[in-house]
Design a binder for this molecule. Structure first.
Ligand code: ADP
Ligand code: ZN
Ligand code: ZN
Length: 704
């Protein structure tokens, strides 16, 4: 009997009707070659051959379809088990929730090389998987747990979750995750676990630790830094069940794992769990959804949980849905750093490093301890400026300044990449005296070297300063080398952007300083204080991780607003108080988690066209409400704000505008978004919207 198949293939963004295409398959009766749902196939589209996933199978041709126009499936990827039903449900949910086609999400979740291999190549790869017996070696013993770690593990074993492990930096959360994984693997000879981290290359230590514990045969990684061949191998290992543990970044939430029993989301607050292009999914939120689909336990962990997760883990009696587990103490009685605020109002104008901070750094270095200086801005200076005529180093393609990089004497736009040599004189008036405004990490590094020139380490050598940021780590392997220098103790002072604040288990750092964190206090983004607090807590968490280091560790904050809530809460290491005050503010303002948001963005040749397109879509939705009372009912629960320019309104000569859509009801918001797509397609065809380049929808956006 002929099979009629709905197949997910890579379709252009915004294709309508879910993006599934219809194909035919005529099974050969003698070899029972019926296709099953989830099968991976090759299908013709135009003159091309595409990879596809069988999504649904019908025994009769779909109504209204000209049978003669339906093409046959070109081939099946032999030897590959079909994609599990839970995987397909996850993809389908993500596509619908984040407003993309099923095919796009499905194909992004599969390794690109799967498209390119012929049958023989694929067979060879699969054979390699079977050569690695799963039970080759034993699992290394875990550490003897502290009482607090044991209690957490017992709670995870006893209850269903999802869990939010709220544990201080260095409280031994990672050890709890590893032992929870171990228990799952022991309980079931097939069980698989997914361990997600924000950025793997930032934590090579963790990868080594997981492999040391479970054996290289059982563990595979999944992240965007891997070659296509590595990605395919990892994917096959997970999909065939050989790999018991997948360690990955946000993309790993879509790994095909037929026996998934546990998902851990480490540092669950980290913004990098949100994908920022294509389907803009939150891997943390999908992890929760996936856990429910698969009956797998989900553990979120952080010292500074996202306010959403914190809110979800309030007591069940108040409506909480997650189980909150507390780990307040650091392992081995290591103390959290003493927080010291330096009031920059009392410092001489243009001070970069205040005298007391400088003295503290010097004292630490002389004792052989390490310091870490955080400045969230790379380059030498954010702007060059001519005092005579007012010229500034604007980017000609963006509404942003180009950053001065002194090391290679360039002006670089961090938005579009446009780069030029630094001019010798002001391009507008010829004045030779153009000056740098503001400071970046390059300048801080240079300045620090001058200030510490006479200081000596205990071994009599000069102070070694190292800068780690996106510029210093461009080349493959550079970051690993630089981190190794810190771990080995070669480096005395580490200067860097937020890259250095996250997750590292630096043993010898006893002083951390935030040089200029004030910018974030006055951002228009309501999440800015939350992000700043998390960054500073995490940065502070790099200090004093080794209790054997005798000195009290310190976290310094240079600020013009020492009384600000963020710093006051930081001083007390009081995340719960900070979270409570932020959540109260958000409740009063009707912001998430009390409401749900989506951003509709339009890119166009002119700002007028971008805004007009958005406003027209909004108008069309309202007109639709006038005609359909049920939809009007939905619309009353949803606020559609007028279009506004984005905060950086022009990037690479493209004008950008956005429209905020907000509702206290997630369902109402989803219903309106579902109606929005056809409206946008219709609007695009209108002549007055000529010049529109694209639109995109960001559901649960992280930045407004
Ligand atoms: P977190 O993930 O909470 O920041 P980690 O799990 O990385 O903390 O633990 C911090 C440090 O303490 C690590 O160096 C780890 O090896 C060590 N550690 C964790 N648990 C124990 C334990 N039970 N006994 C001894 N050392 C431990
Ligand atoms: Zn000038
Ligand atoms: Zn630019």
């Amino acid at each position: 009997m002929i099979q009629w198949l709905d197949i997910a293939v890579q379709t252009p963004a915004h294709s309508q009707v879910g993006g599934l295409l219809t194909y035919r398959h005529v099974p050969a009766p003698e070899i029972n070659s019926h296709l099953t749902e989830g099968a991976l196939v090759r299908v013709p589209l135009g003159s091309r051959d595409l990879l596809g996933v069988v999504w649904a199978i019908h025994n009769t041709p779909p109504e209204g379809l000209k049978e003669t126009r339906v093409r046959d499936v070109a081939g099946v990827l032999e030897g590959l088990p079909p994609l599990p039903v839970a995987w397909r449900q996850l993809v389908q949910f993500a596509a619908q929730y984040y407003q993309r086609s099923i095919g796009e999400v499905a194909m992004a979740a599969l390794p690109p090389q799967l498209r390119d291999l012929n049958a023989a190549q694929l067979a060879r790869r699969l054979k390699k998987q079977s050569l690695h017996p799963t039970e080759a070696a034993g699992v290394a013993a875990g550490l003897a747990l502290s009482a607090q770690q044991s209690e957490t593990l017992v709670a995870i074993e006893a209850q269903a979750g999802p869990f939010l492990v709220f544990g201080a930096t260095g409280s031994g959360k990672t050890e709890v995750y590893l032992q929870a994984v171990q228990r799952r693997l022991e309980a079931n000879p097939q069980a698989q676990a997914l361990l997600m981290v924000p950025e793997i290359n930032l934590t090579p230590q963790l990868e080594a630790r997981v492999i040391a514990r479970f054996g290289a045969d059982r563990v595979v990684s999944m992240h965007s830094g891997m070659t296509p061949a590595q990605r395919l191998n990892s994917w096959l290992a997970a999909h065939t069940g050989r790999a018991r543990i997948v360690l990955g970044t946000r993309m790993a939430v879509f790994a095909s794992m037929p026996h998934l029993k546990l998902i851990v989301v480490d540092e669950e607050h980290d913004p990098s769990y949100k994908q920022q292009e294509g389907a803009r999914y939150s891997a943390r939120d999908l992890a929760i959804y996936r856990g429910r689909l698969e009956g797998a336990k989900v553990i979120l962990g952080s010292a500074t949980p996202s306010l959403e997760s914190w809110h979800h883990s309030r007591p069940a009696a108040e409506g909480g849905r997650y189980q909150r587990l507390l780990m307040p103490e650091r392992v081995g009685a290591g103390q959290l750093p003493l927080v010291r605020r330096v009031d920059m109002n009392n410092q001489p104008r243009k001070t970069v490093l205040s005298a007391p901070l400088l003295a503290a750094i010097q004292a630490r270095v002389e004792r052989g301890e390490q310091c870490m200086l955080l400045l969230n801005r790379r380059g030498y200076a954010p702007v060059l400026h001519c005092a005579d005529c007012g010229w500034k180093s604007e980017c000609s393609h963006c509404s942003a300044f180009r950053v001065f990089h002194k090391l290679d004497r360039t002006l670089r736009c961090h938005h579009c990449g446009f780069t030029e040599r630094v001019p010798r004189a002001c391009p507008a008036c010829g004045n030779a005296d153009i000056a740098a405004l503001g400071r970046g990490t390059e300048q801080l590094e240079e300045h620090l070297a001058e200030l510490l020139i006479a200081v000596r380490r205990p071994d009599g050598q000069a102070v070694k300063i190292l800068r780690i940021d996106a510029d210093s780590t461009q080349h493959k392997g550079a970051l690993e080398r630089q981190l190794a220098q810190v771990h080995s103790g070669e480096v005395d002072v580490l200067v860097g952007t937020q890259m250095i604040a996250k997750g590292h288990d630096f043993r010898r750092i006893t002083l951390v300083a935030a040089i200029n964190p004030d910018n974030a206090l006055f951002s228009s983004d309501f999440r800015a204080p939350e992000r700043l607090f998390a960054l500073l807590m995490q940065a502070g968490g790099r200090a004093g991780r080794d209790a054997a280091q005798s000195a009290q560790s310190e976290m310094w904050v240079q600020t013009f607003h020492p009384q600000h809530d963020v710093f006051a809460a930081l001083k007390k290491h009081d995340y719960p108080a900070f979270a409570a005050s932020q959540l109260t503010e958000r409740e009063q303002a009707g912001l998430p988690p009390w409401s749900f948001q989506a951003l509709l963005r339009a890119d166009a040749r002119s700002q007028e066209v971008a805004q007009a397109f958005l406003n027209a879509a909004r108008q069309a939705l309202q007109t639709q409400g006038d005609e359909d009372p049920a939809f009007a009912d939905m619309l009353t629960q949803v606020s559609l704000y007028p279009a506004v320019p984005m905060s950086i309104q022009r990037v690479a000569n493209v004008e950008r505008a956005q429209m905020l859509i907000e509702s206290p009801s997630r369902m109402a918001l989803q219903k309106v978004l579902a109606e929005l797509q056809p409206v946008l397609h219709a609007q695009r065809a209108e002549p007055q919207h000529k010049g529109l380049i694209r639109w995109l929808v960001d559901v649960d956006p992280l930045a407004i």
